[in-house]
Design a protein around this ligand. Structure first.
Ligand code: NAD
Length: 252
């Protein structure tokens, strides 16, 4: 059963990625789904899968979240084809493990563009309407890297960009609180996705898991379920918070 609102999930094309898991978890709660991804074909695959699995409505669009005109065009399509936008999940992100002294200015900028500017542009485009309607849920994908200071997948650029998102979320939560729009972050630790499967040496992974109190890597559903919880209408008193989803690998 649909809930007559639409959730936009960016970067939800990736086949085993966190974004597609979030799209499914939200659709399972009745949200109609808009999938925006740099990769148009994979965005379409996720949208089709969501419709098939949950019977909600879904649209997809190829969209580079760092491109203001592309963001505007994609959100306009969502607005014209689906019910009102009630949730935005800024999941599109890229990492950069390059050591600080070796990172190029271009790579530094790109990491900030996708992770921070992309979330800024998407959020700016949709929160005005949410505030006018008196309801909205924004969830930003940060990372344990922001809190621990880098790590396996995140060098300085990634850690700094994901920490920037935390400040963005907190300040925006304060500003939008009176309008009924909540803004929260999730900070996943090691999650099994295509990124981690492809880049991580098995021995290194085993050593990392031995250091995680719950002794396993996270699943996409571990993150998706928290995001879906934060998007519920009943979660309106939760805002400006960062939810650590890391099996206890960073307890503070
Ligand atoms: P992923 O690479 O599997 O998926 C990322 C998706 O974002 C891809 O589909 C890609 O096409 C899309 N994307 C990249 N740049 C884009 C752009 N400019 N515009 C639109 N789409 C773009 O990654 P994932 O592991 O599913 O990670 C999802 C989010 O969670 C990211 O923000 C990542 O930084 C964060 N995260 C992941 C982990 C992990 O262990 N996998 C841990 C902490 C945080």
């Amino acid at each position: 059963m649909t809930n007559n609102r639409t959730a936009i999930v960016t970067g939800a094309g990736s086949r085993r990625g966190i974004g597609q898991g979030i799209a499914h978890a939200l659709a399972g709660q009745g949200w109609n789904i808009a999938v925006l991804d740099l990769d148009e074909a994979s965005a379409k695959d996720t949208a089709n899968a969501v419709v098939e699995a949950h019977g909600v409505a879904a649209v997809s669009a190829g969209c580079d979240v760092t491109d203001k005109a592309a963001v505007d065009a994609a959100v306009s399509v969502v607005e014209s084809e689906l019910p009102e936008i009630g949730a935005l999940v800024n999941n599109a992100g890229i990492t950069s493990p390059v050591p600080f002294l070796e990172v190029s200015d271009e790579e530094w900028d790109r990491v900030f563009e996708v992770n921070v500017r992309g979330s800024y542009l998407m959020t700016k485009r949709v929160v005005g309407g949410m505030a006018e309607r008196g309801f909205g849920r924004v969830v930003n994908l940060s990372s344990v890297s922001a809190e621990r200071g880098g790590g396996v997948f995140g060098g300085v650029a990634y850690s700094a960009a994901k920490a920037g998102l935390l400040g963005f979320s907190r300040a925006l939560a304060r500003e939008l609180g009176p309008s009924g729009v909540t803004v929260n972050s999730v900070a996943p630790g090691l999650i099994d996705t295509d990124i981690t499967a492809g880049k991580l040496d098995p021995e290194r992974k085993a050593a990392m898991i031995a250091d995680i109190p719950t002794r396993r890597a996270g699943r996409v559903s571990d993150v998706a379920d928290v995001v879906a919880f934060l998007c519920r209408p009943e979660s309106g008193y939760l805002t400006g918070v960062t939810y650590d989803i890391n099996g206890g690998s960073h307890i503070h």
